[in-house]
Design a protein around this ligand. Structure first.
Ligand code: NDP
Ligand code: MG
Ligand code: MG
Length: 341
């Protein structure tokens, strides 16, 4: 069993004794800033000039400052801008204004694991990574609960880095649910693998192939959409509630038998070999380099792939059908988060 932390393992006064700057006020940033404030922590928000998020933060009564100024005034910096902008933001706005001995906190280890950010030896380098979207992190906190978190310390310059990480995790509500001890390397590599191989990449491709197979065989796209995409949520909900076992318990015996005999034909051992190659490219930095190099060039590959995905015929079919289902509002469910980090 992994090492776990709960509220009773944390001392809230540790983070209450620091001046916190939350850089970025998006999905995670808004949730962390508001939960910290409501836990009695001094917090300011750092945003770039002309930021579209500033008004939202100000409406909550938060102090919004330029990133450089927020960093100067603080001794605990929470970096919650998108991963692909963090390196430049750190080099240009954060590092030059960082107080000696300031702590840096991340919610995903990408830039530390792949050396895009190299903190000084005097900085504590921490991770508190909620295992859910920012909007859920805020809503659960307000309801007196919390979203589980991963905690890690990459560098313990002060000797109190773990106390700080636990205190921060408690302040955003994460230790109400529970925190799991990990490392930057484990969090980064497993997070990237999960989203690429299973949750996002794997699931998207599986759904598309299933849909294509049915329509190429002459079945109606609307029917194919229900069978290959829409019902996936019902299955996944059962898995989340009670594992694959509960899913198999709930479905018909016909479906369960088909699961056993056809699942391994579709997802055969070659798929696992492919997964190992994907994992190797994550571990050796090839994926990170490809992503960041493309982003630095203005994201031509990313934009082209996004456009191609949007053109897949399943999207047009789905748009039409979702319009018939009044209870599904595009983009307004919990799943405006997909995987997240
Ligand atoms: P978002 O994309 O929601 O962050 C957007 C925020 O960052 C906005 O306030 C935006 O301000 C600001 N921002 C964008 N570019 C810059 C810039 N160049 N300088 C300053 N501020 C900028 O990020 P997420 O919350 O999704 O991710 C933040 C971190 O949390 C990442 O490390 C991610 O991996 C991790 N994470 C995210 C999860 C999620 O649910 N989304 C889950 C777990 C971890 P503006 O209005 O100016 O654009
Ligand atoms: Mg069926
Ligand atoms: Mg991720």
């Amino acid at each position: 069993m992994a090492d776990m932390f709960y509220d009773e393992d944390a001392d809230l006064s540790v983070i209450q004794g620091r001046k916190v700057a939350v850089i970025g006020y998006g999905s995670q940033g808004h949730a962390h800033a508001l939960n910290l404030r409501d836990s009695g922590v001094q917090v300011v928000v750092g945003l770039r000039d002309g930021s579209s998020s500033a008004a939202k933060a100000q409406a909550e009564g938060l102090t919004v400052l330029p990133v450089a100024e927020a960093v100067k005034q603080s001794d605990f910096i929470v970096i919650l801008a998108p991963d692909q902008v963090q390196r430049r933001l750190y080099a240009q706005e954060i590092q030059p204004n960082l107080a000696e001995g300031a702590a840096l906190l991340f919610s995903h280890g990408f830039n530390i694991r792949f050396d895009y950010i190299k903190p000084g030896a005097d900085n504590d380098v921490l991770m508190v990574a909620p295992k859910g979207p920012g909007h859920l992190v805020r809503r659960e906190y307000v309801d007196g609960r919390g979203v589980p978190v991963l905690l890690a310390v990459e560098q313990d310059a002060s000797g109190e880095a773990w106390d700080l990480a636990k205190s921060y995790a408690a302040a955003i509500g994460g230790l109400r649910a529970g925190g799991i001890k990990t490392t930057f390397t484990e969090e980064t590599e497993t997070d990237l693998f999960g989203e690429q191989a299973v949750l996002c990449g794997g699931a998207s491709q599986l759904v598309q192939y299933g849909f294509e197979t049915l329509i190429e065989a002459g079945y109606q796209p609307e029917v194919a959409y229900f069978e290959c995409l829409h019902e996936l949520k019902l299955i996944v909900d059962l898995m989340v509630e009670g594992g694959i076992a509960k899913q198999r318990w709930s479905i018909s015996d016909t479906a369960e038998y088909g699961d056993y005999v056809s699942g391994p034909r579709v997802i055969d051992p070659r798929v696992k070999e492919n997964m190992k190659e994907v994992l190797a490219d994550i571990q050796n930095g090839a994926f990170a380099k490809r992503f960041i190099d493309d982003q630095d060039a203005g994201a031509p590959e990313f934009k082209q792939l996004r456009e191609k995905g949007a053109q897949h015929p399943i999207e047009a079919t789905g748009k039409k059908l979702r319009g018939l289902m009044s209870w599904i509002k595009d983009g307004s469910t919990d799943s405006d988060y997909v995987e997240g980090s």
